[in-house]
Design a binder for this molecule. Structure first.
Ligand code: IMP
Ligand code: MG
Length: 190
């Protein structure tokens, strides 16, 4: 896999937005809400780099992509979320691709009457946006490639990589092989 952003580069980019966010909210109390599951690594790093009093919670967003449709219905489960009524909310997500996820999650959260909502993402993919809004804080702009690591997955794998990598066709072929019976067979070898 081709490394796109090293651990050090990720840390520097996340520190930069943490600083901007801290300056934006000054000493206000923040409610940071991470979108599961892709934001978990960013959320963990970001909250420790923001010098603000804050509450931290999560919201679940899952898209069900059918075999024929490129974009499936997005299901948002706010049951896990803490109370955001009258709060200054910062939504934290892994990547702004088409932008539909962020737009839908913000719409859902507005139903709870927060005082304000801003958004922070690790990545924004160039040339992919299909919506009119932009995230308020973006750590990195990246080319239109499928990326994994630092919370981002391919078929639920690779979220734990400490760096960001581009998944190339060869990598996908290898992934497919490894995640089938061959992997089971190799486990049984001495
Ligand atoms: P959007 O609704 O098109 O902006 O897509 C956002 C979601 O799609 C992200 O939260 C990710 O879960 C997923 N996604 C988009 N691009 C990538 C990628 O390159 N790698 C991994 N996940 C991605
Ligand atoms: Mg995903």
């Amino acid at each position: 896999m081709k490394t796109l952003l090293s651990e050090k580069e990720l840390y520097d980019g996340v520190s930069r937005i943490a600083h901007d966010i801290t300056a934006t909210y000054k000493d206000q109390q923040l409610t940071a809400v991470g979108v599961l599951t892709g934001s978990i690594v960013l959320l963990a790093d970001l909250i420790r780099l923001m010098d603000l009093p804050m509450r931290v919670g999560v919201v679940q967003a899952s898209s069900y992509r059918g075999a024929t449709t490129s974009r499936g219905e997005l299901l948002i489960n706010a049951e896990l979320m803490l109370d955001i009524t009258g709060r200054d909310v910062l939504l934290v997500d892994d990547i702004f691709d088409t932008g539909h996820t962020l737009v839908e999650v913000v719409k859902k959260m507005k139903e709870f009457g927060p005082k304000s909502i801003r958004s922070a993402v690790l990545l924004r993919k160039e040339g992919r946006q299909e919506v009119d809004v932009l995230p308020d804080f973006v750590a990195f702009d990246i080319p239109d490639e499928f990326v994994v690591g630092y919370g981002l997955d391919y078929e639920d794998m690779y979220r734990n990589l400490p760096y960001l990598a581009a998944l190339e066709p060869d990598d996908i072929a290898r992934h497919k092989q490894n995640s089938t019976a061959e992997q089971l067979a190799s486990y049984q070898q001495p």
